[in-house]
Design a protein around this ligand. Structure first.
Ligand code: ATP
Ligand code: MG
Length: 568
């Protein structure tokens, strides 16, 4: 990013093949008009994660670029795993990410239409009721190298199929006793075309249709037609659905309905991150994390609570673009975009995470000076604030060594350092506890160095942050690290699950932190750079009596280093 570039990084989306395809279809008026309709089709069986953010940015972002529309459609065909809680959280997360849908749709709204179409296919001799068990159907299915075998029920008459399917719907048969299958080709090289199941019997209550139905359409029977009903022009989804596309087309062609075009793109995989709703649910249910919004979770709720911003997530999604091959993205890249965003926008503040008392012996007892410091050196409009200075202050334990190791430029006996925006101080003596730990450092200050420089222009090698002891606001600080120790959390020894790669040190809680007083009025949406420490935000568990801050990302930019190393 250069200064000359006036375009915001958000709008400067990378080129990708989906956009190219869309531009071509708009130019040739593929559907007779230049109109673009997309949809984001989550199954409401879990919370959205950063992988979904990529899909959302493509579905909404590309439609936007072409003046098109995007529906939010819940693919709610599986009553056993779906809940209203998920429906609500998904809407909240899509909006938080910065998008608004044109229409809110549910596959369950189409149950009636899908049923009529099933009847139509039966009447055309293209679907049949099969009495084989799920296990027998699997056994008949064949393999990638062997064709499947016809079911003995495949050649039932239309009348018999209509009768049985109607009775399936009225609830006469128990779960799993029969299914409706498409009659396509058991010898097809594509296993998805080997008479796939369209309907199963399930006496289950649906979160929207209640007990109205006891047969439910399979995802593969519902998805393509739902697109068609909504006149979706570009049905974007991840690559694992590529082999299902011929089936979706088959249904659409048999029924003669709107020919939505599916286009597949690569799934987002991130190092040190698990992006599967099933596994994320397991982490929540087995209490490896505190909930779906645990700040270590890659869910949008977790990222939000951790302090990630929708702007940074959108910039990240634009930067990764979309391709036709699956790969893995470095988590450092996501952190880099968040850090970049925070560097520009986050207010600076001083916070001492592990305090050590520093007493300035020659500073007048009881005196309070207010120092004016910039809220954000990257943004003049952020203004200034006052920070109180007194005789006793806190510094980080790490910023003092009684016996300094080589190249240690921070405070040690006889060394002079700058206290950010205040004075130069020189350490003189220490006070130790019974175990010999340094509990207090005594120093002298140079009154001439007010504001951080001296008339003689002498240099110090270190500038340290500090907080006035009398004014310090106590806080709990939660330091998060990666949830997994391995870049590929699924890389496990035999017999082990991904849980064996959980990082036991992914959360460190510091209870004795001391903050500058201005942080007492922090609000939930505020984001801060604690100088020299990292980026932080207030946690929702904070109360007036007890402030809790989450670390979003540390300061160090390991991604920038990686980029440099690879010569990018
Ligand atoms: P998971 O595997 O995490 O359970 P899913 O694919 O079953 O995810 P859906 O609710 O079906 O979740 O996903 C809604 C949309 O989001 C789909 O179009 C899907 O292709 C897309 N999507 C899901 N995961 C990713 C990902 N990691 N990267 C990009 N898109 C994704
Ligand atoms: Mg799915």
């Amino acid at each position: 990013m250069t200064d000359e570039n006036t375009e915001s990084p958000e709008t400067r989306t990378n080129s990708n093949f989906l956009r190219d395809q869309m531009a071509e279809d708009v130019r040739t008026k593929k559907y007779g008009t230049a109109h673009v309709q997309t949809r984001f089709p989550p199954e409401p069986n879990g919370y959205l994660h950063i992988g979904h953010a990529k899909a959302i940015c493509l579905d909404f972002g590309l439609a936007d670029e072409f003046g098109g529309k995007t529906n939010l459609r819940f693919d709610d065909t599986n009553p056993e795993k779906e809940e209203q809680e998920y429906v609500d959280s998904i809407q909240e997360d899509v909006r938080w990410l910065g998008f608004e849908w044109d229409r809110l749709c549910y596959a369950s709204d189409y149950f009636g239409q899908l049923y009529e179409w099933a009847i139509q296919l039966i009447q055309a001799g293209k679907a049949y009721v099969d009495d084989l068990s799920a296990e027998e159907i699997r056994a008949h299915r064949g393999t990638l190298t062997e064709p499947g075998k016809d079911s003995p029920y495949r050649n039932r008459t239309v009348e018999e199929n209509l009768d049985l399917f109607t009775r399936m719907k009225t609830g006469e048969f128990p779960d799993g006793s029969r299914v409706l299958r498409a009659k396509i080709d058991m010898g097809s090289p594509n296993v998805n075309m080997r008479d796939p199941v369209m309907y199963r019997i399930l006496h289950a209550t649906h979160h929207r249709t209640g007990d109205e139905w006891c047969i439910y359409p399979m995802y593969d029977y519902a998805h393509g037609q739902s697109d068609s009903i909504e006149h979706v022009t570009h049905s974007m989804c991840t690559l694992e659905f590529t082999d299902h596309q011929p089936l979706y087309r088959w249904f659409i062609e048999q029924l003669g309905i709107f020919p939505s075009q599916q286009i597949e793109f690569d799934r987002l995989n991130l190092t040190y991150t698990m992006l599967s709703k099933r596994k994320l649910l397991q982490l929540v249910q087995e209490r490896h994390v505190s909930g779906w919004d645990d700040p270590r979770m890659p869910t949008l709720g977790g990222l939000r609570r951790r302090g990630f911003s929708p702007e940074a997530l959108r910039t990240f999604c634009a930067a990764i673009g979309a391709t036709r091959t699956n790969g893995t993205t470095d988590i450092e890249m996501l952190e880099h975009f968040q850090r970049d965003d925070l560097n520009r926008r986050a207010r600076r503040a001083m916070a001492v995470l592990r305090p050590l008392k520093l007493v300035i012996d020659n500073y007048p007892d009881g005196q309070v000076e207010q120092f004016e410091v910039a809220n954000n050196p990257e943004d003049e409009t952020a203004g200034m604030r006052q920070v109180p200075f007194t005789r006793e202050i806190y510094i980080e334990q790490d910023d003092f060594r009684e016996v300094p190791p080589p190249k240690y430029y921070r405070l040690s006996p006889g060394k002079e350092v700058r206290l950010r925006g205040a004075y130069f101080v020189t350490a003189q003596s220490v006070v130790k506890d019974a175990e010999g730990n340094v509990v207090e450092v005594h120093c002298k200050y140079d009154p001439e160095s007010r504001g951080g420089g001296t008339p003689d222009g002498r240099k110090v090698k270190s500038t340290m942050h500090w907080v006035s002891a009398a004014h310090a606001v106590p806080a709990e600080i939660r330091l998060y690290d990666r949830l997994f120790t391995k870049a590929d959390p699924g890389d496990t020894a035999e017999g082990e699950s991904f849980l064996s790669n959980l990082n036991p040190n992914s959360l460190e809680v510091l209870t004795g932190a001391k903050l500058e007083p201005s942080l007492a009025s922090a609000k939930l949406e505020d984001r801060f750079q604690f100088e020299r420490v990292g980026y932080f935000c207030l946690d929702g568990e904070s109360t007036a009596d007890k402030l809790v801050f989450n670390r979003t990302v540390p300061l160090r930019d390991s991604w920038a280093k990686i980029e440099k190393k690879s010569g990018a």
